[in-house]
Design a protein around this ligand. Structure first.
Ligand code: GAP
Length: 469
């Protein structure tokens, strides 16, 4: 295996070469931290969303789906606390004019950041930031600009991460709208709509998958942190007295989800937020972390948000959002347990987790060991040679399978090279039509990880695949 620092470089290059992920608008030199998903990446991402939707909505009676708009009434973001508090602490290097998140400067220690007012976690995570932050003398003496080496930094400034634009033809303060920085608020403001139209009773949840936008100061690590990304969020509404129990329940469920995706267990762990790390809305929070080549990082956040969101939306909208429990004859404001995952981040995790190199010389291969359920292509159909009707039979086989499985037909190049191409795409099964097929209507099925080959009757192939992908 390559060293950990190499892995990301190799993955980025494989992702582009094989059509998982391309830099966005590349022919114009790209644009910072935006990426496009190619044919294989699109399938992989769809499979991730499908697995999440299946586990969180379809297999449950107590969770409903939603697809809310990206543009919302700007009051939503005042109520949510994002206008006032969704900020990261910035400093400028006065010498070379470069700008940094102060907590990401080499050698930074949280004790360097002091100031008046209560501390809340930075929007980008990682560090508690006081209401009016400033650097201590020690911080100023120790921190150094990674670009030019100067220690001459500006005061700490709070930078709001929401993208702003204008709605309609007039560009004034009254027409400012924001691109949503999380999908969660679309769920809170629809709490009563969904409750009334679905006839759910508490406890129940609302789930949605959708784009979110954050003007991150330091995006990076490929698709790990970008300015446009997709979230998969579920908000579960509970009686306040049951919040702790449901928090534990969802913690367990979400860990199970990643186990079921086939991720290596030793690369997953939970990190509990200390009180000074908690976001402004959270009473308790865990990060579900994965060990990336660049270190342990958050894959998903699981939060007990208390009644913060519904009470703020009640206050700002003037509408009652409480729930009346008919059986107990009790009216209350539900608490919310949130599970918030990044779709792109899950795709990166799957790529990192699946990436493997083995063998040497002409036997060397790069293989993506995706679980078959997530693999972009489930089966490749390959004629050994393009004669004696082997290609005709293979084509017919492909035609009969393509509506049922993500199938791929390839008749170009040596069989060894075609196998390698499918290994790089993470295709779990390659089916070869060879000379024996002409005699007894059996096929060679090659399994990706073991490279073991077995003969399967053509008539049995569909059943064989159904049992395995
Ligand atoms: N509603 C709560 C919320 O948005 P968060 O911890 O800020 O919580 C949740 O984000 C998840 O969204 C993260 O765990 C991560 O997977 C994903 N995410 C957040 N910012 C991201 C970014 N800039 N790029 C890619 N994914 C991001």
């Amino acid at each position: 295996m390559p060293t950990t620092t190499d892995v990301m470089d190799r993955l980025v290059s494989l992702a582009k070469r094989r059509g998982f992920v391309y830099p966005s608008s590349e022919i114009y030199g790209g644009i910072g931290s935006s990426y496009d998903y190619g044919p294989l990446g699109t399938e992989l991402k769809r499979n991730v969303k499908e697995a999440w939707w299946q586990a969180m909505v379809r297999e449950r009676e107590d969770v409903e789906g939603l697809d809310s708009a990206i543009l919302m009434n700007p009051k939503v973001w005042e109520a949510s606390g994002h206008v006032a508090g969704f900020t990261d602490p910035l400093v400028d290097c006065k010498t070379c004019k470069a700008r940094f998140r102060v907590d990401q400067l080499p050698g930074f220690d949280p004790s360097f950041l002091v100031g008046a007012g209560p501390a809340h976690e930075a929007a980008g995570g990682g560090v508690p930031v006081p209401e009016e932050p400033r650097l201590t003398e020690e911080g100023r003496a120790r921190l150094q600009c990674p670009r030019c080496g100067s220690r001459n930094f500006s005061d700490v400034r709070k930078f709001n991460l929401m993208f702003k634009t204008y709605m309609g033809p007039v560009e004034d303060q009254a027409s400012v709208v924001y691109l949503r920085p999380e999908t969660a608020q679309g769920i809170y403001v629809n709490f009563l709509n969904v409750l009334n139209s679905s006839r759910q009773k508490i406890p129940f949840g609302i789930a949605q998958i959708g784009k979110a936008f954050r003007n991150e100061i330091t995006p990076g690590n490929f698709i790990f942190r970008t300015r446009e990304f997709e979230q998969m969020e579920m908000q579960y509404f509970v009686h306040p007295s049951e919040a702790d129990r449901w928090f534990e329940y969802w913690l367990e469920q979400r860990q199970r989800f990643y186990r079921d995706l086939g991720l290596r267990q030793d690369r997953l762990r939970l990190h509990r937020h200390a009180p000074d790390e908690l976001a402004h809305y959270a009473r308790a929070a865990y990060d579900l972390q994965y060990e990336f080549p660049f270190g342990w990082q958050e894959l998903e956040g699981i939060h007990n948000r208390g009644d913060f969101d519904l009470s703020r939306h009640e206050e700002f909208s003037g509408k009652k959002l409480s729930y009346f429990d008919e059986a107990a004859k009790e009216r209350f404001l539900p608490y919310i347990i949130e599970t918030s995952a990044g779709c792109d981040r899950t795709v990166l995790t799957l790529l990192v987790d699946a990436y493997d190199e083995e063998g040497e010389g002409k036997d060397a291969r790069v293989v993506l060991r995706f679980s078959p359920r997530l693999a972009p292509i489930k089966v490749a159909i390959l004629p050994l040679v393009n004669r004696d009707n082997m290609d005709g039979i293979a084509r017919g086989l492909f035609e009969s399978l393509k509506g049922k499985f993500a199938a791929f037909y390839d008749d170009g190049g040596s069989i060894g090279r075609r196998y390698r191409r499918q290994d790089e795409a993470g295709t779990p099964f390659c089916v070869t039509v060879d000379s024996q097929t002409l005699q007894d209507e059996t096929l060679t099925v090659r399994e990706r990880d073991s490279m073991a080959q077995e003969r399967v009757a053509m008539a049995q192939l569909e059943t064989y695949l159904k049992e395995r992908v």
